[in-house]
Design a protein around this ligand. Structure first.
Ligand SMILES: Cc1cc2nc3c(=O)[nH]c(=O)nc-3n(C[C@H](O)[C@H](O)[C@H](O)COP(=O)(O)OP(=O)(O)OC[C@H]3O[C@@H](n4cnc5c(N)ncnc54)[C@H](O)[C@@H]3O)c2cc1C
Length: 350
């Protein structure tokens, strides 16, 4: 691949946010993406549950969906407490992320991969490619480098409140058609999930742990209870993963004179549920469009990005951030108060 030293736009990270931004900008700008992983989306660090809407936001092929889901059920302290018919998919993120990146490459985007962005300069970034450092210059930067974004640090943004999560792939006792969310005072500030994926399920826990407590112990006990309840077959995990989920919501502004933040790097995951795939694709697209508009002389410049994401996501994310605050303040071991708190903050998926 012949690469350049200077681009209109450099994007750090080729998750769904970065690749969606690259695709949106590729038609009218020169774009480079820096991705540190050998393969996009691998290893998978995600429950992979996304609403049908995803199909309309970015290129879609039926192979991206491992399973169609009719909706979801919420269980509070073991009792089914809310339900919603909201069609969605459990994705194959390893395919989905790879295909979005491939579509961007086909549209003319240069990928530096595996390559890590290690520093920021006045007009570009320093990348490390196999131990060799190289400077790339650009007019604009998009930070799509996930929940622990380096670019956030370089731009002096506040550290995001993060929730840690662990997940195993386990075998289902019988096929399921709905996603399941589990609420238990032991999953402090978080929840457990079971997302069916054919014969298996992504089963995980996101929570804030107490000193000395291990998240995997919570997950192990949760999985045991699901086996006892006849939802899962006993047996060791087929795969293990985990990661960080931003739960603070986006900062007041996600633009700087020449840099925009999208997806988890911008805190766009839903502050209560932690779901972030759709918002990453959506904000990626909006940011790619804003940079294109700025390069083509729009008077608004990249400021259009803040207005655009706020119009679509501002209200629901503000409400969710408030619910996250209430959830953390009101967390309790008292079963009745706990039930009311979860119903207020989650049901019907506020
Ligand atoms: C355990 C778990 C379960 C989840 N389950 C769900 C779910 O079921 N549904 C849902 O909607 N969301 C879920 N999420 C959240 C979802 O995964 C994220 O919101 C989504 O991946 C955000 O996309 P992104 O493109 O912003 O960031 P990411 O997908 O994190 O992509 C960031 C990319 O940047 C790269 N990168 C980082 N730093 C650098 C660097 N310095 N140089 C080069 N490359 C770099 C990374 O390698 C990565 O490829 C879950 C998260 C976790 C941790």
């Amino acid at each position: 691949m012949r690469t350049k030293e200077k681009y209109d736009l450099i994007i750090i990270g080729a998750g769904p946010g970065g690749s969606a931004a690259a695709l949106a900008a590729a038609k009218r700008c020169s774009v480079a993406v820096i991705e540190r992983r050998e393969r996009c989306g691998v290893p998978v660090q995600c429950g992979e549950y996304a609403p049908l809407l995803l199909k309309r936001l970015a290129p879609w092929e039926s192979r991206f969906a491992a399973q169609y889901l009719e909706g979801f059920d919420g269980f509070i302290c073991g009792e089914k407490s809310f339900s919603r018919d909201a069609p969605g998919y459990v994705l194959r993120r390893s395919l989905y992320d790879g295909a979005l990146a491939a579509a961007a490459a086909d549209a003319g985007v240069d990928f530096f991969q595996p390559a890590k962005a290690v520093d920021c300069t006045g007009n570009g970034v320093i990348i490390d490619v196999g131990g060799t450092r190289r400077e790339l210059k650009s007019s604009f930067l998009i930070g799509a480098d996930g929940p622990r974004s380096l670019l956030r640090q370089w731009f002096g943004l506040r550290e995001q409140p993060l929730m840690s999560a662990v997940q195993w792939s386990l075998t289902l006792a019988s096929p399921l058609k709905r996603a399941e969310f589990y609420f238990d005072p032991r999953f402090r500030w978080g929840y457990g999930w079971l997302f069916p994926k054919g014969d298996t399920a992504n089963v995980g826990v996101a929570a804030r742990t107490e000193p000395g407590e291990r998240l995997t112990s919570l997950l192990s006990a949760f999985a045991r209870r699901l086996v006892e309840a006849g939802r899962l077959r006993p047996g060791p995990p087929l795969a293990k993963s985990g990661g960080w989920i931003p739960v603070g919501g986006p900062d007041v502004t996600m633009i700087f004179p020449r840099c925009l933040f999208v997806g988890d790097a911008g805190g766009f995951a839903h502050p209560v549920s932690g779901s972030g795939i759709v918002n990453a694709v959506l904000t990626g697209r909006l940011a790619g469009e804003a940079v294109t508009a700025a390069l083509n002389g729009s008077a608004e410049g990249i400021a259009g990005y803040d207005r655009a994401w706020r119009r679509l996501l501002g209200r629901p994310l503000d409400r969710a951030a408030e619910n996250r605050r209430l959830l953390q303040l009101g967390w309790t071991d008292d079963e009745e108060r706990f039930r009311r708190l979860i119903l207020h903050c989650w049901g019907p998926f506020s």
